[in-house]
Write a protein that binds this ligand. Structure first.
Ligand SMILES: [Cu+2]
Length: 164
């Protein structure tokens, strides 16, 4: 009984060790790849939600990766799709989820910031015209160090939104 238990533990340990080793190998490969192709401040997975009927607001999401050795700050987001563009975050205030405006968003060196549904998002207020699903809209992110970064955001339907 005791022996069985021990061998169980041993095999479990081996499995864990193997899993860890695999994770290290996978991550290691990913990092090597990144060093070759990823430089500077990069923006990926940028998309904006379609505008719901009878509204003039929508929200956008993206991922910022800072591959530099300097801390950076996202100062502003600009776009011609709406009169105002703000950076927001969902926060819990007195038990309710509310949107809070962010004046700037720090992006640490070698760090990553993800805008996602229920979290940080770009808020387009008083949208101008329509957004067609599948189209791309141009948005400019203004960084303190990296300067202006133009991003193409794909318009997605609200149905797709829940899968992201
Ligand atoms: Cu918002």
């Amino acid at each position: 009984m005791k022996l069985n238990n021990n061998s169980m533990k041993t095999s479990l340990k081996s499995v864990l060790a193997l899993t860890t080793l695999l994770a290290i190998l996978v991550l290691g490969t990913a990092c090597q790849k990144e060093e070759k192709t990823h430089t500077g401040v990069m923006i990926t997975d940028a998309w904006v939600s379609e505008i719901m009927p009878a509204t003039t607001v929508t929200s956008g999401y993206l991922t910022i990766m800072n591959h530099t050795d300097k801390d950076d700050v996202l100062l502003e987001v600009k776009s011609s799709i709406s009169k105002y563009v703000e950076m927001h975050e969902m926060v819990e205030i007195e038990g309710a989820m509310r949107m809070k405006r962010l004046e700037s968003i720090p992006v640490a060196k070698s760090g990553m910031v993800t805008f996602k549904t229920g979290g940080k998002h770009i808020m387009f207020i008083e949208t101008v015209g329509k957004l067609t699903v599948g189209d791309k809209v141009s948005v400019t992110l203004v960084f303190k160090n990296a300067g202006d970064k133009v991003v193409e955001m794909e318009v997605k339907s609200v149905k797709d939104m829940h899968h992201n």
